[in-house]
Write a protein that binds this ligand. Sequence first.
Ligand SMILES: Cc1cc2nc3c(=O)[nH]c(=O)nc-3n(C[C@H](O)[C@H](O)[C@H](O)COP(=O)(O)OP(=O)(O)OC[C@H]3O[C@@H](n4cnc5c(N)ncnc54)[C@H](O)[C@@H]3O)c2cc1C
Length: 380
Amino acid sequence: MPLQFTPEQEMLREQVSRFVRQECSEQLFRRMDEEAHYPHELYAKLADLGMLGIPIPVAYGGSGMGCVSSAIFQEELSKRLLPLQMTFQVSILSAGMAILDLGSPAQKARFLPQLAQGKINFSIAFTEPNAGSDAAAIALTATASGDGFRLNGQKIFISAADISDFMLVSTRTDRNVPKREGITAFIVDSRSKGLTIRKIDKLGIKANAYCEVFFDDVYVPAENIVNGINKGWAVVTHSLERDRIGAAARWVGVGQEALDYAVDFARNRSQFGRKISSFEWTRDLFAEMQTKLDAAKLLTYRAARLMDEGKPCRKEASMAKLFASELVVELSRSMMQVLGGYSYALEYRSQRYLRDCLFATIGAGTSQMQKLIIANEMGI
Ligand SMILES: Cc1cc2nc3c(=O)[nH]c(=O)nc-3n(C[C@H](O)[C@H](O)[C@H](O)COP(=O)(O)OP(=O)(O)OC[C@H]3O[C@@H](n4cnc5c(N)ncnc54)[C@H](O)[C@@H]3O)c2cc1C
């Protein structure tokens, strides 16, 4: 499958790339890390440019451009504005697409146009202290109460929960059936009484917090159920492939930026009268990493294209996510060596790329889970 983009997709890449370079100064890039500053105004600008609506159909205020275009957008955005890509991924790709395909007509009409316009954000609250890779093992309960339900329990590691207006939450509604058959998904207003959000201090991507969320008798009306009672597993798993393709595109973007940064450094620093970039081992390393990045890109856009063609892409999405995420960690680590002592100084970017990408092999399904999926799809 050749890696060919339409003229519109090439234009989109150029437009996002220009946006990122114009809007994200060195000062902002550092502020996002050092002060955990989240640039809300840039997310609003992306909405004004119509970019948040890329995967949302025209009927709901988006442009319906599909998965390849979404991946292009995410790859370029992640190069410098990773915290915004994280929000786009959970809010629009995960929650938005689940509402689009499984939500009620009223939910679609209410939430999708606002998502495309950047007026609201969603977070995805699936993981719990005792339910991570085993996402169906959730314990947070939803109990019928009047015209709605009362939610009690805890979620953990929820990206952008602190800046979300709504959360898509998986809950346990029946304990007496196999675990996947007793799950219900709710849209929960983040300002609900009884809901507490606590940011967890973390290693990288500081501007996009991940949070603990506590539910203490939180009331949710029944109309906020997505896809019906005890049919929440379909919601939890709905956006997994899109999520993995998005994550792969993100890590291709970050990896390319980390490589370009180190190449530039190596071209400008000399030891023993020679440029660092002229040593055999750095040339070898750069060539190997660019080759692997291109391979990750091919895997990513192969999966995205299959998704746009409506073909199965479970295995291909996992392969792209697995390869790109393992690669970005290997690449960022090896670029530290190129910078020598400078790599360890916070004012140089290499340590930042490494810190930011260390969760690549964990979030959106760990590498081990991707391998399980690939092996299963191979029929092994
Ligand atoms: C930065 C960040 C952002 C996140 N954002 C969100 C979010 O927005 N919403 C959300 O719901 N969650 C989010 N998560 C949670 C993420 O999805 C989980 O961390 C991930 O699914 C792994 O779950 P866990 O941490 O409980 O690890 P565990 O499932 O406990 O796994 C621990 C280790 O055991 C391995 N393992 C587990 N089961 C198996 C098995 N069957 N075979 C072999 N090995 C296995 C895993 O691969 C891993 O190496 C986020 C996590 C991070 C780090």
